[in-house]
Each structure stands twice: as structure tokens, then as C-alpha cells.
Design a protein around this ligand. Structure first.
Ligand code: DX5
Ligand code: ZN
Length: 226
């Protein structure tokens, strides 16, 4: 069963509550929140304060993607604000295993995010400490970027690694996902699809979410039509 995590980065923030309710009603499984600090990535976005308001607007689990340096300093704040899942980039912390433990101690699911140039080997020693891997199919920092095609091969290798070494760990993919490639990434192993511009960038986000879900649920069909 494929799950969709709409990224509010592309939402209309003048009506954030309504945007979130619309995707929840249309079948979203999580709300993806992109947290950027202007240092780890060249953009500045959302802090725990906004996450608190997001939590009031939805029953869905909040998936906090931390693109920040020193994530340890903020894990508690995001957990208290209502995040159910927290993921970190290995490049942003000196002691990844400790950071992942902090996330779990706060009662959240722990994830590691792999940038396009970050090798899969970065997660090998922490497979027992994570609940999911977030594979970046663009370089983090902005919504609306183009999907990097080599992500498909990496996704397949990630699926094999997880299948053999940590079958409970989920695979989430983030960046440039839309109805045109959703079937392909699901066929390659993705279980949770993050999508920002393909949902909130469209005139009717609920309809866009349903289109994405339909494309994602028919990987064979997609392959045949590709
Ligand atoms: C990029 C973020 C993504 C982004 C995805 O740094 O991690 O979650 O919002 O946006 P789209 O789906 O537009 O590529
Ligand atoms: Zn993200």
C-alpha cells in the first residue's frame, strides 16, 4: 500500500489549515514539513512554532524533515510541537547514532535522509536505529526541482539493502515526484512518496493528490505506458 506525504512547502500559507484538511480528506497519510535553517541548505523555512499549528489542523502524523545543522538541539522542540517522525541528514550531526536515539527517546520514529551524492553506506551501521530512510531525489533546499533520474537505481539498491538487512525499515522518497514518475519509484521500492509542487502547486490539491495516488498504485501500468 503506497502512502503519500504532501509537503506543505508548496502550500498557500494564508490558508494553511484548509490546505492541510483538503489533502487529509483526499487520502494523504502524513504531512511532510520541510525544516530549513539557511546553513545546511540555502533556504530558511519552518520551525517548531508552525509545526504546533500544523498539529492542530490535522489528525495525520507529522513527518518533520530536518535540513538543519546541530539537529540534536531541536529534536525535543519538534517532538513537543507534535512531530511523529523526525529525519536528519548524516552530514548535519557528528554522532548520528546518538541523534537517532534522541529522536526515539522523544517517542518519535527516526529517519535518516540521504542526499543524491550521499552513499547508501551511511546507513549501514544504523539500520537497527531507524524506522525509515528518506531518499532525496533532488538536492534539498527548494520545492519544484526536477527529479534526478539516477535516484531510481539508488532506490533499487536501497530496497535490496533493506530487504536483506532490516526488513521493517520503510523507504520514503522526496523531490520532483509527480504522477509521471510515481509508478516508477514505487516499482523501484518507494513506500512513502513526498510531493509538494505536484499537490499544492496545482489548482486543486485534493484532485492532484488523488491523481498521484492513482499513478502510484499502478506501477505496472506506469511502466507499460512509459
Ligand atoms: C526539498 C524538500 C522537499 C520538497 C519537495 O528540499 O525536502 O520535501 O518540498 O518538493 P517537490 O515535490 O516540489 O519536489
Ligand atoms: Zn522534504
Amino acid at each position: 500500500m503506497v502512502e503519500i506525504a504532501p509537503s506543505i512547502l508548496s502550500a498557500d500559507f494564508t490558508r494553511l489549515g484548509a490546505e492541510i484538511e483538503a489533502v487529509e480528506r483526499a487520502g494523504a497519510s502524513y504531512i511532510h514539513v520541510d525544516v530549513m535553517d539557511g546553513h545546511f541548505v540555502p533556504n530558511l523555512t519552518i520551525g517548531p512554532f508552525i509545526v504546533e499549528w500544523v498539529a492542530k489542523a490535522t489528525h495525520l502524523p507529522i513527518d518533520a524533515h530536518l535540513m538543519i545543522e546541530n539537529p540534536d538541539e531541536f529534536i525535543g522542540a519538534f517532538a513537543r510541537a507534535g512531530a511523529a517522525m523526525i529525519s536528519v541528514h548524516p552530514e548535519a550531526t557528528y554522532h548520528l547514532q546518538r541523534t537517532l536515539n534522541f529522536i526515539r527517546q522523544e517517542g518519535c520514529k527516526a529517519g535518516v535522509v540521504l542526499n543524491p551524492a550521499t552513499p547508501l553506506a551511511m546507513i549501514e551501521e544504523v539500520l537497527g536505529d531507524i524506522d525509515y530512510v528518506l531518499l532525496m531525489s533532488v538536492n534539498p533546499g527548494f520545492g519544484g526541482q526536477k527529479f534526478i533520474p539516477s535516484s531510481i537505481g539508488k532506490l533499487r539498491r536501497l530496497r535490496e539493502l533493506i530487504r536483506s538487512a532490516a526488513p521493517g525499515v520503510k523507504i520514503e522518497i522526496d523531490g520532483g515526484i509527480g504522477p509521471d514518475n510515481a509508478g516508477q519509484v514505487v516499482a523501484a521500492g518507494a513506500e512513502i512518496l513526498v510531493a509538494g509542487s505536484a499537490i499544492f502547486g496545482k489548482p486543486n490539491p485534493s484532485e492532484a493528490l488523488r491523481d498521484l495516488l492513482r499513478a502510484a498504485s499502478n506501477p505496472a501500468l506506469e511502466r507499460a505506458s512509459a
